[in-house]
Write a protein that binds this ligand. Structure first.
Ligand SMILES: [Zn+2]
Ligand SMILES: [Zn+2]
Length: 465
């Protein structure tokens, strides 16, 4: 049996690992590599380390684009096997893939407009909406903890990863030549006490563990103070009649915030003000949340007994229509406008920022990770002047930064999770989905608690196991 590391190696994007067992081929995740346009396009388009038609099945950890976003390209190139995932991931995948295809199409349209003027040949999108549609019949949903035989002698079982709705830690049990191998894959590991979700579940002891390491050497703020801080921001907005503008990821962060505001209003920690979720993708993702209460934690279930819908309440409005979105401009604060993208790179959030950033009354609330060189990162770093749609804007609004809502385990939480494994049984821990410096720090921590063999594979590395 072999593991070939294909993506998210010494980096955080493009999760993809290739298992070869007895001549059969399986992919753990088939994520989109996100980075500079040309480089990303080439990496995503060409599967240079294996042939898509040789893959027998994909096992998908969760519905983030860096984990599932390249399945349409895989299908376009000949893959026709099942894609195993949890039931919630299956429903979210449909929503996320359609959106991703739409972005690919728009992106190429934009590039081609320039190329046409320059007389250059035109590009094709990486994949289209109809390519994304072709993935849907392959998605095979499973319950958590349900044993599923993906091939003779190979079973897969999903455990809750507590990262986003439907996210899974995968356990493989493999019978090969009379020996039994247990292999675990963390997917993206969540954190204890995140809103809505159950805590990451412990899996049985394994011989090999492929572990994410995004925050292998960094630490988050406590989750506990989040709602109090949000209530404080709302109260400040009420006294100043502010608009609170929040760039938020459509999947998970938006639902967490909506639920947090619901709780704050019900407990009278702040007076109820209008909340607008202005994003078709967020609206569609929230529908999927409502259909999967089996993923909710006890706190959310109890809340639902009293107030029914955690994601719906008086004065909360979901907006999909562009004209309705534009109308938000004419309204007076206090109010909250939440919109995508989370890093403030694209989408309707740019219009809301442009319209509100120069008014010192307003508040921009940053609640998520923002990559370098994004508008979101510039706001977090409190730059005084930023460019939106190519024009300069003075940042006069108050910028509030909250680091407590990360959906990834931090260094302590990752280490705690791994400390549950039997050191004697564990033959190797492979670190993936992290920048190299974070991985080295995490590797040191794992060694300090008694794990002997830790590997940090580079792209293309193959391990016999
Ligand atoms: Zn993720
Ligand atoms: Zn990820």
């Amino acid at each position: 049996m072999q593991i070939q590391f294909v993506g998210a190696d010494r980096t955080v994007t493009g999760s993809m690992h290739h298992l070869i067992i007895d001549g059969k081929n399986f992919l753990l995740d088939c994520g989109l590599y996100q980075g500079k346009r040309k480089e990303a396009f080439d990496i995503n388009k060409n599967f240079d380390l294996f042939k898509p038609k040789d893959i027998d099945a994909v096992i998908l950890s969760h519905a983030h684009i860096d984990h599932l976003g390249n399945i349409p390209t895989l299908v376009k190139n000949g893959f026709e096997g099942p894609v195993y995932c949890t039931n919630a991931t299956k429903d979210l995948a449909a929503v996320m893939l359609k959106d991703s295809a739409h972005i690919q199409e728009k992106d190429v349209e934009f590039v081609n407009k320039k190329r046409k003027k320059q007389g250059k040949n035109l590009f094709e999108p990486l994949y289209t909406t109809s390519d994304a549609d072709n993935v849907l019949p392959l998605l095979t949903g499973k319950n958590y903890n349900e044993e599923c035989e993906i091939d003779s002698g190979i079973t897969v079982r999903f455990y809750d990863a507590g990262h986003i709705l439907g996210s899974a830690i995968t356990l493989f049990t493999i019978k090969e030549n009379g020996r039994l191998i247990n292999l675990g894959f963390s997917g993206d590991l969540g954190r204890p006490n995140l809103p809505i979700l159950k805590d990451p579940e412990k899996i049985p002891d394994v011989d090999f563990f492929i572990c994410e390491s995004t925050y292998g050497g960094r630490f988050h703020d406590n989750i506990e103070g989040t709602n109090a801080k949000l209530a404080e921001v709302i109260n400040r907005a009420i006294s100043r009649k502010s608009k609170i503008i929040i760039p938020a990821f459509s999947l998970e962060r938006t639902q967490e915030l909506v639920y947090a505001f619901h709780k704050i209003f019900e407990s009278s920690k702040a007076q109820r003000i209008p909340i607008y979720v202005d994003s078709p993708l967020s609206t569609n993702a929230t529908k999927v949340f409502r259909e999967h209460p089996e993923c909710f934690d006890e706190d959310t279930i109890q809340f639902m007994k009293k107030y029914e819908d955690p994601f719906g309440f008086n004065k909360l409005t979901y907006i999909t229509d562009v004209e309705d979105s534009k109308r938000l401009n004419d309204l007076e604060g206090p109010m909250v406008i939440m919109s995508a993208s989370g890093m403030a790179e694209t989408g309707r959030i740019l219009h809301h920022l442009a319209n509100n950033i120069e008014n010192e009354k307003n508040i921009i609330l940053m609640v998520g990770y923002c990559a370098e060189n994004t508008l979101g990162r510039k706001l977090i770093e409190k730059e005084k002047v930023v460019k939106i749609f190519g024009e300069e804007y003075q940042v006069r609004a108050e910028v509030v930064v909250m680091n407590s809502l990360s959906a990834h385990a931090d260094s302590n939480e990752l280490t705690n999770y791994c400390s549950g494994f039997d050191r004697n049984k564990m033959k190797n821990i492979f670190l993936v989905h992290g920048d190299y410096d974070q991985q080295q720090k995490f590797s040191e921590r794992l060694k300090s608690i008694g794990f002997e063999k830790i590997s940090i594979p580079a792209r293309g590395d193959v391990f016999q196991i």
